[in-house]
Design a protein around this ligand. Structure first.
Ligand code: FE
Ligand code: FE
Ligand code: MG
Length: 167
């Protein structure tokens, strides 16, 4: 990293790199969980669910890119092997073994809630101490909050539709 850029960081860089690599693992797993979920989804409002999952998968991949870029700036190396994603992840991987849209949404909502907690912690860690990481994580957190809301709204619509049809 540039020497002047490094001089303005007031956190332990190695500790921060580990936190970011853990988030990086989460982003790749979230990306794939959304991507494969969009491929296999079945049930009410399939088209709406599929397009939302696909949009979110693209966001998660973009987050992975942002986090990797920052890890490199800090003098670290983003995880180089997919097997490390499983070892480092905070939020895990919820395999979409049931393709029903509502089950997929539930799994992804859980993932988003975990992502929100993860980035909240990194925000606390970098607040007033690393402006660049803080700003990046703030942007990502904004997306994760939006993701959770999008999925919960979709779930609400599906539940309303199913309830009306049962009447
Ligand atoms: Fe993300
Ligand atoms: Fe997300
Ligand atoms: Mg969305």
């Amino acid at each position: 990293m540039g020497t002047r850029g490094k001089s303005i960081i007031q956190v332990d860089a190695n500790q921060l790199i580990t936190l970011l690599n853990k988030a990086y693992a989460d982003e790749w797993l979230a990306y794939y969980q959304y991507w494969i979920g969009a491929k296999i989804a079945k049930g009410p409002m399939r088209a709406g669910v599929t397009s939302e999952l696909l949009l979110h998968s693209a966001d998660e991949l973009r987050h992975a890119d942002m986090v990797a870029t920052r890890i490199i700036q800090l003098g670290g190396t983003p995880l180089t092997k997919p097997e490390e994603w499983y070892k480092m992840t905070n939020c895990g991987y919820d395999a979409p073994t049931d393709p029903y849209v509502r089950v997929l949404l539930e799994q992804n909502i859980k993932g988003e809630q975990c992502a929100i907690s993860t980035y909240e912690k990194i925000i606390d860690f970098t607040k007033d101490k690393d402006f660049v990481t803080f700003n990046m994580v703030q942007q990502i957190l904004q997306d994760e909050v939006e993701h959770e809301e999008d999925l919960q709204a979709l779930m609400e619509d599906i539940d309303m539709m199913v309830a009306r049809e049962l009447r």
